[in-house]
Design a protein around this ligand. Sequence first.
Ligand SMILES: NC(=O)c1ccc[n+]([C@@H]2O[C@H](COP(=O)([O-])OP(=O)(O)OC[C@H]3O[C@@H](n4cnc5c(N)ncnc54)[C@H](OP(=O)(O)O)[C@@H]3O)[C@@H](O)[C@H]2O)c1
Length: 288
Amino acid sequence: MRILVTGCEGMLGRAVTSCLSPAHQVRGVDLKDGDLADRKVATRILEGVRPDWVVNCAAWTDVDGAEEHREQALAANADLPANLSRLCDRLGCGLTHLSTDYVFSGVGRGFAEDSPRAPVNHYGLTKARGEEAVERMTSPWQIVRTSWLFGDGPRNFVRTIAGLLSRRRMIRVVDDQRGNPTYTEDLAAVIEFLVTGGHRGIFHATNSGVCTWWEFARAIAAEAGCDPERVQPCPSSEYPRPAPRPACSILESGRLEAVGCPARPPWRDALSRYYRLLVSDEARYRLD
Ligand SMILES: NC(=O)c1ccc[n+]([C@@H]2O[C@H](COP(=O)([O-])OP(=O)(O)OC[C@H]3O[C@@H](n4cnc5c(N)ncnc54)[C@H](OP(=O)(O)O)[C@@H]3O)[C@@H](O)[C@H]2O)c1
């Protein structure tokens, strides 16, 4: 297939590009190639590539920054997928659009693919609008919601915690938000499965298992050879942030099971694989 990956230099985009490249003709674009929230630019790029399928990893992902930069976040997370949806319909190609646990309220024990959207912050609202645009498509579409991503890239929670542990004796991490950490490499494999299978609709894709940010941070400490007791739990109220966070981000993945997707590895195993990569390439992955 000829596949266009948008946001190809982002954390997920680079994993998706390398996962799809051996078997497919992959073209990656990022912001430096043009702003896809601009309809004319998006038209130029898609008509130039003429893909069979588009995987949209481009997004505004600064959750706190979205509260201040409301219009830019809305453009990247709602106008951009709306442009891609219209163009994919016109060109007769499929679209896989990445979305987030933050479209949900955070109240409850977990969210199924058809749970109602009820975002608690502006980032979640913009992502919900993007989903609505994709759902109006006539060409094949997939919305893949994921959560708590880590993987190759300059910034992620694993690098932040490892860096903090290298500088401080004790750190405090919130223990009242629950979710599913997800390794970009494992998510990319699910995306390849969905794209090549041509499955349609909404899917939830994460590594298996649930934890709090504190439990995740303790596991990172263990990987780094530090005493996990150096990571202490605290409530979110201790770290007030511009954007409220949902307390429960757990994504139930029944639809992936239903279409025969192989089981996702546990997040703890994924963390070990990623951490080995992180330390094996110290020059590129300075823990700062
Ligand atoms: N990170 C997470 O924990 C997480 C959790 C749940 C869901 N997700 C979803 O997963 C997807 C991928 O996230 P990620 O963490 O890989 O994101 P990321 O690292 O921030 O990458 C997004 C990429 O999109 C580019 N981009 C932004 N606006 C654009 C525009 N208007 N036109 C073209 N390119 C644009 C960015 O360029 P610049 O860097 O130059 O701005 C960046 O390279 C997103 O849909 C996100 O909502 C992420």
